[in-house]
Design a protein around this ligand. Structure first.
Ligand code: SAH
Ligand code: SF4
Ligand code: F3S
Length: 447
């Protein structure tokens, strides 16, 4: 059964993208080949997300698609891995449409599970682990540009934000050995990668207890940044209750640690924050923002916001709008509250904001953020940035695109012969000056 072809669809967060890379690596060692074409695959799987109900609904549709392939071609095996596997194992098996279900900590067992699959005997492993970090596995990169890669530095989450399913789908928090993280980043750099994003649900609580002392997140950042000044370092996600002055100062001490912090606020109302069990107040949050701005005035701050959480009054909602204005976010991911079965909020608080009202509040949040993003981009017009080129721009192949340190997407001419600036390619650094902008892009010239 060697060289069977595997097709994986990935949903959810960046951590899931990295997990898919880990799965490909594990399966490659077992003789499987990767394919991007579902029609030629022997094994089809979806690496799934449970964070909101609409994420799960989409995946049920994919399961039907996969089942269609199974009926067309003999020997095709289909499965669900990732966060939904953890939450919906029984329902998935009852559907009779999947041959295997594997949770996020069980990917090492995938080769043996696949080998054991027989019609009518689905394989299941949803065990969560306290130790698994896949530290020794070299992910097979699935990104297209060969310039930026994700590195998971920890798994799971020890917070209990009342709305959130992640602690249940991914288990307890555990940090990965920093030596394996630095080794992976060095290896990526030597292969031509120029940017790594360190991933964790709460990177600020990263802690490795080694024989020669503890390594916290700031220490880890400094060691990854020391690999080369030409390797950019990003990270996500920071937790407002845990982001330390040491992290902020460490960032400011390294030009190659990007000037961007993703700092999800979720709500601007203390009453909501309390119910969400975020364990900070609006005042604390704004204090962290002030500290970031004091140390790094050019640091972009982005956020996640939930509209219409349980019992949210109009005045709570106004507090969210006002915190957005007070911070002036550069970018935001915005969601309607979606009740997740089994979470604290689902058990304790009625999901009582009507759907239309949630949508209305969300739309208000989105249109405010559009204004704020545009204002933030306008503030950058006239500034000069060092950009890491990602490749040709989608709109016009004569242009290239890439991100500034503050994570904003810049578009600029690939070559300017009259200035003696030759064609740039993915992985190059170029200097640009911002000429104009939209709410999503900075339009630049090369300088
Ligand atoms: N660990 C990160 C993000 C986890 S999930 C953090 O602590 O911020 C990504 C985002 O999804 C969250 O920040 C939150 O805004 C959103 N989210 C999580 N659960 C949700 C739910 N039940 N309904 C709506 N949005 C949710
Ligand atoms: Fe979910 Fe909160 Fe953990 Fe983020 S910190 S993953 S929102 S429980
Ligand atoms: Fe979704 Fe799991 Fe990530 S629930 S957001 S894929 S940790």
């Amino acid at each position: 059964m060697s060289h069977r072809k595997v097709y994986i669809e990935t949903y959810g967060c960046q951590m899931n993208v990295n997990d898919t890379e880990v799965i490909f690596s594990i399966l490659a060692k077992a003789g499987y080949e990767r394919t991007e074409n579902m029609e030629e695959a022997d094994v089809l799987m979806a690496n799934t997300c449970s964070v909101r109900d609409n994420a799960e609904q989409r995946i049920w549709g994919r399961i039907d698609q996969f089942y269609g392939q199974k009926r067309l071609r003999e020997g095709v095996v289909t499965g669900i891995v990732g966060c939904m596997a953890e939450r919906l194992k029984d329902k998935l098996l009852e559907s009779g449409r999947v041959d295997f279900v594997a949770g996020p900590d069980t990917y090492r067992s995938l080769p043996s599970m696949l080998a054991a699959v027989r019609p009518g005997f689905p394989q299941i492993n949803v065990e969560l682990s306290r130790e698994e970090t896949y530290a020794d596995i070299e992910p097979v990169r699935i990104d297209k540009n060969g310039v930026s890669a994700f590195i998971s530095i920890m798994r799971g989450c020890n917070n209990v934000c009342s709305y959130c399913v992640v602690p249940y789908t991914r288990g307890a928090e555990r940090s990965r050995d920093p030596r394996t993280i630095v080794r992976e980043a060095c290896d990526l750099f030597s292969k031509g990668y120029r940017e790594v994003t360190l991933l964790g649900q709460n990177v600020d609580s990263y802690l490795w207890k080694g024989n020669d002392g503890d390594v916290d997140f700031a220490d880890l950042l400094a060691s990854v940044a020391a690999i080369s000044p030409d390797l950019r370092v990003r990270f996500s996600t920071s937790h407002p209750k845990d982001i330390s002055d040491k992290v902020i100062v460490t960032m400011s001490e390294h030009d190659n640690i990007c000037r961007h912090i993703h700092l999800p606020v979720q709500s601007g109302s203390d009453a909501m924050l309390e119910k969400m069990r975020r364990r900070y107040t609006r005042e604390w949050y704004l204090g962290r923002v002030a500290k970031i701005r004091e140390v790094m005035p050019d640091c972009a701050i982005t956020t996640d916001i939930i509209a219409g959480f349980c019992g949210e009054t109009l005045s709570d909602h106004e507090d969210t709008l006002s915190v957005m204005r007070a911070v002036g976010y550069d970018y935001a991911y915005m969601f309607q509250y979606s009740e997740r079965p089994g979470t604290l909020a689902a058990l304790k608080y009625p999901d009582d904001i009507p759907a239309e009202e949630k949508t209305r509040r969300l739309n208000e949040i989105i249109s405010l953020q559009n204004e704020l993003s545009l204002e933030s981009n306008r503030r950058d017009v006239g500034k000069t940035f060092k950009v890491l080129v990602e490749g040709p721009s989608k709109r016009d192949p004569k242009d290239s695109c890439g991100r500034a340190s503050n994570n904003k997407m810049c578009v600029f001419p690939s070559a300017v012969p009259e200035k003696g600036l030759s064609d740039c390619k993915a992985g190059d650094y170029v200097n640009v000056k911002v000429l104009s902008c939209t709410s999503a892009t900075l339009i630049c010239e090369r300088v």
